[in-house]
Write a protein that binds this ligand. Structure first.
Ligand code: FE2
Length: 548
């Protein structure tokens, strides 16, 4: 058993023991620590602003019935100390209990919302709960103290709403993050997400080449976590603009109305950067400064007689702006992330299809294993060196992998023939560039690679009558040949020269480089040759010498 039973079942009469035990059980059930803490907060609220529902509201939302009861008991004690009337204080305590109860019931019974304000729906219900709770408390207070339905009711309702609107979101979000284990569990509550910075990570194209080109991450657009610098900029915006609003609203004619615009700017900014919760939190912070500024202006005698309801309307609008802007930004970023994800999957599969086709060509032709992978790696590296980026580089990647895909349509006896081809055979062989290009033209994603594939056998000088390596199929020259095709021509030739074939030995790399230099300006583009030689100097050509 426990302390209770040791404290003396023998010496305490059985009726008292039962009462004692039931009180202890009640205390545990009501989660005593939370209850006492709520009482303390309620006392403070009763002393400072009797009849304001905020403490009961937040205690109810976070801690459920022990919170509501504690805050109301505290309100009773605090208000009693100030008012001197027990009955009136009891009335105030019941009034604030209404607000706390409504708030808790809303979060308990509306499906798909959460106290960490994970969705716009949660925010709207937070606002509705605050409004309804504020009205109920104001009604109770004005009935108890007299004055319903006069200014006491309306001002009380506005004050209650303002307090919840400004202090509620930071406390809800803070508690959701740090006090979860103390909060009253609500079955089926929608969990809050981690705060994210909604700007995209820089897009990267064609990473993963170091791992042999197995994976291509075409786009990485995920929104990031963190972002301390962004947060500091936002805080500076809130402080700077809200402080600037005070003198402006005094100096300009009807400046008070215009100054509200200055409060909107940091809210828009935060909503754009951090989504709904960022927008709502910024609205809370700006709203507090707004109230301080407005009070200072009134106290200093500059006030233009704006009543509490106008202030309340301004604050509700600011908060709604934050919530809606933040939510639409979140929506946009989620769409973008999903699109980037499906794009990435699509491109990964495209790459796998391209690799399968590549292997089909390698199996048919007498290439060494990995020829096309090596060529594509170096082609991309050279393209990057020549300043190509993004989609252009991606197309060079695919075109270099698939440049000989047209050989699928060439008879194997021609492809594998040892020794020189006859003129007829050479004519058949030359068709592979066009066959490959026409194949790629049929695919939307690879259409831009088709001109590169078609022109990969062209010569830089445009010579079609060159006996050993004539340019084909169109006799293009110079910059008329797509840059990707000029790059593939160089890298492919280097790989061919340094490969041992059944009918000839491989050239050493130095000799192959010398041959590239000799053909620079004739068969090959000099800029491409130079870039390729620079690349080779940094990353020596590695090959596997296994045969298919
Ligand atoms: Fe070719």
């Amino acid at each position: 058993m426990n302390v209770l039973s040791r404290s003396g079942a023998a010496s305490v009469p059985s009726g008292a023991a039962a009462l004692y035990r039931s009180l202890a059980a009640w205390y545990v059930r009501m989660r005593g620590g939370i209850f006492l803490m709520s009482v303390a907060a309620g006392v403070l609220a009763g002393l400072v602003r009797a009849g304001n529902p905020f403490v009961a509201w937040i205690a109810g939302v976070l801690f459920g019935w022990p919170g509501v009861l504690g805050a109301s008991v505290g309100q009773l004690i605090g208000a009693w100390a100030v008012q001197g009337s027990f009955l009136a204080s009891l009335g105030l305590a019941v009034s604030v209990a209404l607000s706390g109860s409504v708030a808790f019931l809303v979060f308990c019974h509306v499906p798909g919302i959460g106290r960490g304000l994970p969705t716009l729906r949660s925010y709207i219900w937070f606002l509705l709960g605050a409004m309804l709770g504020g009205l109920l408390t104001a009604f109770g207070v004005s009935v108890v103290l007299g004055g319903f339905p006069g200014p006491r009711f309306w001002n009380g309702a506005a004050e209650g709403l303002i307090a919840v609107l400004l202090l509620g979101p930071p406390m809800l979000l803070g508690a959701d993050r740090y006090l979860r284990r103390w909060m009253e569990p609500i079955p089926g509550e929608k969990p809050a997400r981690r705060p994210r910075l909604l700007t995209a990570a820089p897009a990267s194209v064609l990473t993963g080449l170091d791992t042999g080109g197995q994976e291509t991450v075409a786009l990485s657009m995920r929104s990031q976590t963190g972002g301390r610098r962004v947060l500091l900029v936002g805080i500076a915006l809130v402080l700077g603009l809200t402080l600037a609003a005070v003198p402006l609203s005094v100096l300009l004619p009807r400046g008070g109305s215009w100054a509200v615009l200055l409060y909107v700017i940091p809210i828009l900014w935060f909503g754009n950067q951090y989504g709904l919760r960022g927008g709502v939190l910024a609205a809370s912070a700006s709203g507090l400064f707004y109230l301080f500024g407005a009070s200072w202006i009134s106290v200093a005698g500059f006030g233009d007689g704006v009543d509490v309801w106008s202030r309340c309307a301004d604050l509700v609008i600011l908060s709604l702006v934050g919530a809606f802007v933040g939510r639409s930004r979140e929506h946009e970023v989620r769409m973008r992330d999903e699109l980037a994800d499906s794009n990435r999957l699509l491109r990964r599969d495209l790459l796998r299809v391209a690799q399968a086709l590549t292997q089909a060509v390698e199996a048919k032709d007498s290439y060494t294993e990995g020829h096309l992978r090596r060529v594509s790696e170096y082609a991309v590296a050279v393209g990057s060196r020549l300043g190509l980026r993004g989609k252009d580089l991606e197309m060079i990647h695919y075109a270099s992998m698939l440049h000989d895909i047209g050989k699928i349509g060439i008879p194997e006896e021609i492809l594998r023939k040892r020794g020189p081809l006859t003129e007829v055979e050479a004519e058949v062989m030359r068709r592979h560039a066009d066959i490959g290009a026409r194949l790629l033209e049929k695919l939307d994603l690879l259409r831009d690679a088709a001109p590169i594939v078609r022109a990969h056998q062209e010569r830089f000088d445009g010579a079609m009558d060159e006996t050993r390596y004539p340019g084909y199929p169109m006799g293009l020259r110079g910059d008329d040949i797509p840059l990707g095709a000029r790059i593939i021509a160089v890298v492919d030739a280097f790989d061919a020269m340094t490969t041992t074939r059944p009918y000839r030995a491989a050239l050493p790399a130095d000799a192959a480089v010398a041959e590239l230099r000799r053909q620079s300006g004739r068969q090959f583009d000099p800029r491409v040759v130079d870039a390729f030689i620079d690349e080779l100097a940094e990353r020596p050509w590695v090959r596997e010498e296994s045969w298919h």
